[in-house]
Design a protein around this ligand. Sequence first.
Ligand SMILES: [Zn+2]
Ligand SMILES: [Zn+2]
Length: 176
Amino acid sequence: MSSHQASHLRNVLMSRSAQFRQLEEERMVQRQQEEEERLRRQKEEEENRKRDEAEQEARRRRQEEETIRRINEFLARLAEREGERPATEEVVEEMKDSAFKLKVDSEEICAICQDGMRKGEKVIPFPCPAEHQFHEDCMFQFLAHGSSCPLCRHQVEHDTPVDEHALLGILQLLFT
Ligand SMILES: [Zn+2]
Ligand SMILES: [Zn+2]
């Protein structure tokens, strides 16, 4: 190989190696860009997720406030009913036992909060002939104020409290 050929070969090799290095650098830059893009997208997704969560939370809170407002409205109307009195503890306890989870969406709405009763929500049938159903939570709010069915006004059975005074009178009559 002449010195001229050798020099040519060296030049070719050097230029190849320079090309190779350049290619490597370009690849590295590309990988960096891809990584940056991936991180940017990740951050964007994270921000979107946080925003969605905040929106959902706000919506949930608005719904809750709306439900409370409706219940209070209902209770205010209830307060106008004559002779309405809170349910006794026994009645409340008994009704707790009759609560159950809906297996399918109900076709009825809960007359207390005016909202639908959906699959998976706990409801309580009122001990009225029609067994009108209400959300468990709504029912308990209601029972603190009233003891007749919010829909048909059927009065839940109360044990008549023992009239101690009258009983004493009878005993006195018997033993004197
Ligand atoms: Zn309800
Ligand atoms: Zn009823």
